[in-house]
Design a protein around this ligand. Structure first.
Ligand code: DMJ
Length: 505
């Protein structure tokens, strides 16, 4: 059920207080160290289980102690774990992963290759490992030729994948057959999967000196930055969800920050952090999108007008529902706010962070659901009380080890220095450690609002290593070059899979 634009804008007139966190006393250094050690040991627990039962396959099945190859069988968990192992300074795991990367043949797989997933997990993981191990963590590997392999393999992977952009417009296919050079015959590609390539592919060009990769990704992005037809941009900066591969024209005007659209907006500001000289237009588009989002998508549940969530919009109609995936939004506003010195963006980011915290804080497990709604026309009777108290009801109670809420808490902590956000990270991490931990790793939950989390999903996504463990650990570990900085002082920028990429020099 949808609400009209008038009713949303009236709801949106309720002023949210940006002042949402109650400052906590500063955490003692000892306590911070103890928490960092606990997170490191959880990472090692997951790594040991993966190594014993699943390596070199893509992921562990943490209930049955089996394995899966959902990411083409190249060892996704190993490559996704690399940058976290580096940051945790675990030389044994780092060297094991480097030995594995040297053996991968990226030209071979039996299954369809996702350009997006392969870019953010494998290419991002290897380039980040390269930047970290050639830079601030160079002492972890004594044989530097093992680190050079990360760049060689990144180039190999880029060369395997680059045929995806060989279309009349340059907008790539996402689902590829790398053996035949074919694709799934799609006529459109999604906003996020098209717009979440530029960081990794540009970094590959900058490190190899071959402009091909960056040029391909930026040509594809050019259609997103200059959307046609004009109707595909119903509010400045907010664009449709699907792009015609033949023409580069948008095929619709549905706007949201939800899955499918999300990391397009994330990369607009991250490209500016990567290189403000080359990517000023990306920043301008992020600013336009951020302002329009505050004006047109901010929505406050009738039962909890103090909370802020993001609605989505299509042709005059608002959908009052959101997702765990969307909760990266607070982090994006906080990064943009601090880099551009915009207090309004920071305050709005904190309001979004507070809304996503509410989705964690209000369930029986202390973990938030995959999808939720605040549309009062379809509240299930069994969730009326939840809606009255928490301002949302659950439309999917699954939790599949996603990072976005902890990710945004991390940005809130780095930008404000307010200990509240570290406490929120610790609570979320502790809930995951309590409810998702199995004998060999971590499993997803079927119902975050059941006393025991419901059933377990027998799958450990590789982003558990790359993101959940990393963002949690970063909050309690030492100052370092790879930490997000306030203002414009970032030396690294985290890709959407939380792999730190060195900014352009
Ligand atoms: C990750 O692969 C990335 O964070 C991506 O941007 C969204 N989906 C997962 C985590 O939920």
């Amino acid at each position: 059920m949808h609400f009209s634009s008038l009713s949303l804008s009236l709801t949106a007139l309720a002023i949210v207080s940006p002042c949402i966190a109650h400052p906590q006393p500063v955490l003692r250094q000892d306590d911070s160290q103890t928490r960092a050690d606990t997170i490191k040991s959880a990472f090692s627990h997951a790594w040991d289980g993966y190594l014993q039962y699943a390596f070199p396959h893509d992921e562990l099945h943490p209930v049955s102690n089996g394995y899966g190859d959902s990411r083409n069988g190249w060892g996704a968990s190993a490559v996704d774990a690399l940058s976290t192992a580096v940051i945790m300074r675990n030389a044994t795991i780092v060297n094991k992963i480097l030995d594995h990367v040297a053996t991968i043949d990226y030209s071979k797989t039996d299954s369809t290759v996702s350009l997006f997933e392969t870019t953010i997990r494998y290419l991002g993981g290897m380039l980040s490992g390269y930047d970290l191990l050639k830079g601030p963590a160079s002492d972890l590997v004594s044989d530097s030729s093992k680190v050079d392999v990360l760049l060689t393999q990144s180039k190999n992977l880029g060369d395997v994948l680059k045929f995806a952009f060989n279309t009349p417009s340059g907008v790539p296919y996402n689902n590829l057959n790398i053996t035949s050079g074919g694709n799934d015959g799609a006529t459109t590609n999604g906003l996020a999967v098209t717009g979440t390539l530029a960081l990794e592919w540009t970094r590959l060009s900058d490190l190899t000196g071959d402009p091909t990769y960056g040029d391909l990704s930026q040509k594809a992005e050019s259609y997103l930055l200059n959307p046609q037809p004009k109707s595909a941009e119903p509010f400045p900066g907010l664009v449709g969800s699907n792009i015609n591969i033949a023409t580069g024209q948008f095929a619709d005007a549905q706007v949201s920050w939800n899955g499918g659209d999300d990391s397009y907006y994330e990369y607009l500001i991250k490209m500016y952090v990567y290189d403000p000289k080359r990517f000023g237009l990306y920043k301008d588009r992020w600013v336009a999108a951020a302002q329009s989002t505050m004006q047109h998508l901010a929505s406050h549940p009738s039962s909890r007008p103090d909370l802020t969530f993001l609605a989505s919009y299509n042709n005059g109609t608002y959908d009052l529902s959101s997702q765990h995936l969307t909760c990266f939004d607070g982090g994006s506003f906080l990064l943009g706010g601090t880099v551009l010195n915009r207090t309004d963006f920071i305050n709005f980011g904190l309001a979004l962070v507070n809304g996503c915290h509410d989705t964690y804080n209000s369930t029986l497990t202390g973990i938030g659901p995959e999808t939720f709604s605040w549309d009062t026309s379809s509240i299930p009777a069994s969730q009326q009380t939840l809606y009255e108290q928490a301002g949302f009801y659950i439309t999917s109670g699954a939790y599949i080890l996603r990072p976005e809420v902890i990710e945004s808490f991390y940005y809130a902590w780095r930008v404000t220095g307010d200990e509240t956000y570290r406490e929120w990270i610790w609570s979320a991490f502790s809930a995951i450690n309590d409810y998702c931990r199995t004998g060999s790793g971590f499993a997803g939950l079927t119902d975050v609002n059941a006393a025991n989390g419901g059933g377990r999903y027998d799958n450990q996504e590789s982003f558990l290593f790359a993101e959940v463990m990393k963002y949690s650990y970063l909050a309690f570990s030492e100052e370092a070059e790879w930490q997000v900085q306030t203002g414009g002082g970032n030396k690294f920028v985290l890709n959407t899979e939380a792999h730190p990429v060195r900014v352009s020099t």
